[in-house]
Write a protein that binds this ligand. Structure first.
Ligand code: CA
Ligand code: CA
Length: 469
């Protein structure tokens, strides 16, 4: 059995057990709301599906339980469900069953799979969405939890929030894969497309956590980003996601945050490999504790973008960036960003840093292996690693745990160090370079492919301004 197959099975099992727990929690919610619970079984119908009809009649506090099997309709499937803070609405899978909301292949370019329009205080849990132009489209909405779902085999992108403002969403533990299948014309195929071009709509104060996103296909200049948060959207946390193989057709970032809003977006604890760039951040971003390896272009791009009129308040700290053609592409000459610190940039056979000039920003304690363009290690803030062959426990098995006694341990810049590390463990001084802090556990808890997505414990929401004052 090959490694990726093993990973998929492992994750599927774990997702199933999460679902069971979530179902129990969901049940608790139903009882306390003392509202109606509707049950539906699969049906294949014409333009008017019972699922759509029932969902649109849910009152605050109601629950809709979908039995396993195929739900199919030919017309648009649009749901509006509005709960209240006290009486949430839940649409969920029956315990241990998988409802599959499908869209026939012949309609891939005609309709999205499912649209949620102006929903509020709604939880959607354990459903599978297969087919459609976009998989799941949120048209405006607030206080929506979308979790333990699967979106796949879409003509274009999987999940979109670019039709009006969205606020206070939680998008958690979903499995998103095989997008951009349309051959009718150019397709983007993003995993998540959040916010609008030119800030014509914004998504704010939302949490995007623990999602597994892979095999994204794009054929247009719009690009197949894993998670793209457009200009003007702010206050979002993107953490503990696993993103890989997003380079079918085009090479775009695993995570792309533009910034330009009044608050930061936080990108932390993600694992990304085989993307174009791992992460691209322009402005107003805190990028920390990410593990990024084996991308086709580079680990991180920190450079201007035509849609963002300034570059300020971006910080890139304590990331582990391994084995890319370029580790970091840095274009911060005009930026008021700060700092770039405590990163491990390990690209011994290629270019670690590509900067066209030294930025004004604070550079501290970045440890590198690989070539330099535009800077030298005489510049304050860049230190060459001398430990050979590798300062990490194992490159082969992707255990990026700093070896004791190497310069990665204890040499971080204290002021730039986040409170927690990649695993959510508290960092204690002296602080370490890269995503892991080594002194808390006695065992090597370096990350491996199979375990990362599912072992991350929920962590307290960090203060977005803790680094930036
Ligand atoms: Ca894109
Ligand atoms: Ca320490």
């Amino acid at each position: 059995m090959n490694p990726s197959r093993t990973k998929q099975i492992f994750m599927r099992r774990t997702f199933a057990s999460c679902l069971l727990v979530a179902s129990i929690l969901g049940l608790g919610r139903v009882i306390s709301a003392s509202a109606e619970t509707h049950k539906l079984s699969p049906a294949e119908t014409g333009s008017n599906e019972e699922l759509e009809n029932v969902a649109n009649k849910l009152a605050a506090g109601d629950t809709l339980v979908l039995r396993g099997g195929m739900y199919s309709q030919t017309g648009r499937r649009a749901i509006t469900a509005r709960g209240t803070p006290e009486k949430q609405i839940v649409i969920r899978a029956a315990e241990g069953e998988t409802p599959r909301l499908i869209r026939p292949e012949s309609q891939m370019n005609r309709h999205n799979n499912t649209e949620f329009v102006d929903c509020a205080y709604l939880t959607i849990q354990g459903l599978q969405f297969r087919g459609g132009s976009s998989g799941v489209r949120f048209i405006r909405g607030s206080h929506i939890t979308f979790e333990e779902c699967e979106i796949s085999h879409t003509g274009n992108n999987a999940l979109t929030m670019n039709s009006g403002n969205c606020k206070a969403f939680t998008i958690r533990n979903n499995h998103i894969h095989h997008t951009g299948l349309s051959t009718a014309g150019p397709t983007e195929g993003e995993g998540m497309y959040i916010g609008c071009n030119r800030a014509e709509c914004r998504t704010t104060d939302s949490l995007i956590e623990g999602n597994h996103i892979h095999h994204l296909r794009g054929t247009s200049g719009g690009g197949n980003d894993g998670i793209e948060i457009k200009v003007g959207s702010y206050g979002n946390v993107v953490r503990d996601n696993v993103i890989h193989h997003t380079t079918i057709g085009r090479e775009y970032p695993g995570i792309f945050v533009y910034g330009g809003g009044p608050k930061l977006n936080i990108v932390e604890g993600n694992v990304i490999w085989q993307a174009g760039e791992g992460i691209q951040a322009v402005s107003d971003a805190l990028v920390r504790n990410n593990v990024i390896l084996n991308c086709t272009l580079r680990g991180i791009t920190a450079a201007p973008h035509i849609q963002v009129d300034r570059m300020s308040h971006a910080a890139i700290v304590n990331n582990t960036i391994v084995n890319h053609p370029e580790g970091i592409r840095l274009r911060w000459q005009e930026a008021e960003n700060d700092p770039l610190a405590n990163n491990l940039i390990y690209c011994p056979d290629s270019t670690a840093i590509n900067a066209d000039d030294l930025p004004k920003a604070r550079l501290k304690a970045n440890f590198i292996a690989g070539n330099l363009r535009g800077i030298t290690t005489n510049n304050a803030g860049f230190h060459r690693l001398h430990s050979e062959p590798s300062p990490l426990v194992s490159l082969d098995t992707h255990r990026f745990w700093p070896k004791p006694g190497t310069s990665l341990v204890g040499n971080a810049d204290m002021a730039a160090t986040p409170q927690l590390d990649f695993r959510g463990d508290r960092r204690n001084p002296p602080f370490d370079i890269g995503a892991y802090e080594t002194d808390a556990p006695t065992l090597n808890r370096g990350w491996e492919y199979d375990q990362r997505a599912v072992t991350a414990e929920p962590r307290p929401t960090a203060d977005p301004y803790e680094l930036l004052g």
